[in-house]
Design a protein around this ligand. Structure first.
Ligand code: URA
Length: 430
């Protein structure tokens, strides 16, 4: 392989063969291709793009750069991925629903990244719950209760880890084939036969417009099919946070309320929609909506979540009585300066406010405060009067409070007219 030739080829807009991409990614993962050559190639990809075939081949090379998890002994395996949002506690509700519906969820989940939360951080709000399981325990639990969730500790798609770090410092993160291959390489290496993607669109998401979201969703669905998986994607609104709270313990409480058949309507609806997509992709579409709704109404998804928490060392008392979960004692409210309608609460500002309070990390490995967060007392579209509390902040000893209030204030907009609130589901691909 002559790396300058490959860079030149991409720079002039030619397509690579699967063998060329395999050699480049393999060489980079083994440390034989230096960062400066890889960075030049990444920038050429940003300018010239990639065909669907190339993006698929790139993804497979990245997936094969480390271990490929073999879930072949488990029935109807399903994985779900969200491109990242604020207040997005969907996995906590959806995964036990899917397990009750006869699918097997053996899933790697992430920690929070920048202003977006992560499933593992949320679950760690439950005392005793552990994100690490041996391979054997992971597969056994998935077989026995249909649900096992662990952190990304395995050697999965190491090429993605290396490329992501390089992209981060060379202004090449924001490039569709690179984002799609990055996400899908990890999903393919994680082994599930069915993959459901929730592509977030709006202020709090990577993709700011529906057109961008559609392109990303289409690219990821095509990659999954190229790899022989069943993949469907939905595009969902992330202009404002999902549900009414953001922050780890608060989100677990809200997820538990939803599993009890209560909880905010948008969260419940998204979980049902994703369950329908998963059942349809897995070849079981009959009365999918009715069956999905029943898991929340009859308590079966809640019972499954309780069994899952206990299996991974968590204390199920916290599932039975969510008020026991630690929520920071400090309270501050942000009030409406004028009357009218709440036009928007920017998800990005809410995510950054949680980060400022200590609920997320600015550097890898930092400890976080699971108890802090933000509660939306009014959702966009709601009528407000001057002086009415709009947001409640849960803080500990005022740490980060003034910065959080500043961010939240800047992210609020009140107008004289009732605004057009975007629908939750903005599109479907697959
Ligand atoms: N998430 C990923 O895993 N990779 C990207 O490139 C962007 C978001």
């Amino acid at each position: 392989m002559n790396v300058p030739d490959l860079i030149q080829k991409k720079r002039t807009g030619e397509a690579h063969s699967a063998a060329e991409l395999g050699a480049l990614i393999g060489g980079y993962t083994r440390g034989e291709v230096p960062d400066y050559q890889m960075a030049a190639w990444l920038m050429a990809v940003c300018f010239q793009g990639m065909t669907a075939q190339e993006t698929g081949d790139l993804t497979l090379s990245m997936a094969r750069s480390g271990d490929l998890l073999d879930l072949g002994t488990l029935p109807h395996t399903v994985d779900k991925h969200s491109t990242g949002g604020v207040g997005d506690k969907t996995s906590l509700v959806l995964t036990p629903m899917l397990a009750v519906l006869g699918l097997t969820v053996a899933k790697m989940s992430g920690r929070g990244l920048a202003h977006t939360g992560g499933t593992i951080d949320k679950l760690e709000s439950i005392p005793g719950w552990k994100a690490e399981l041996s391979d054997e325990a992971f597969l056994r639990q998935a077989r026995e209760i249909g649900l096992a969730l662990v952190g990304q500790s395995r050697n999965l798609a190491p090429a993605d880890g290396l490329l992501y770090a390089l992209r981060d410092v060379t202004a090449t993160v924001d490039c569709l084939p690179l984002i799609a291959s990055s996400i899908m390489s990890k999903k393919i290496a994680s082994g599930a036969q069915t993959i459901v993607l929730d592509v977030k669109v709006g202020a709090g998401a990577f993709m700011k417009t529906v057109a961008e979201g559609e392109q990303l969703a289409r690219a990821m669905v095509d990659i999954g099919r190229h790899a022989g998986r069943n993949v469907r994607a939905i595009l969902t609104d992330m202009q404002a946070p999902l549900g009414k709270v953001a922050g780890n313990s608060l989100e677990v409480r809200e997820a538990l309320a939803t599993l009890r058949g209560q909880g905010p309507e948008d969260l419940r609806e998204l979980c049902i929609e994703l369950a329908v997509e998963a059942l349809t992709a897995a070849g079981s579409p009959e009365d999918a909506r009715g069956r999905a709704e029943a898991t929340l109404q009859d308590g079966s998804a809640l019972a499954k979540f309780r069994a899952f928490v206990a299996a991974q060392g968590g204390d199920p008392e916290y599932v039975d009585d969510p008020a026991l979960l630690d929520v920071a004692p400090g309270r501050a409210e942000l009030k409406a300066g004028e009357g009218g309608y709440l036009s928007s609460i920017d998800a990005l500002s809410v995510g950054r406010a949680v980060l400022a309070l200590g609920g997320g990390r600015e550097r890898k490995g930092e400890a976080i405060d699971h108890g802090v967060g933000v509660e939306l007392l009014v959702k966009p579209g709601g009528a407000v009067t001057a002086g009415q509390p709009l947001l409640r902040v849960y803080h500990r000893d005022e740490r980060g409070l003034s910065r959080a209030l500043e961010l939240l204030q800047a992210g609020l907009l009140i107008g004289p007219e009732r605004p057009q609130v975007p629908p939750l589901i903005l599109g479907r691909i697959g």
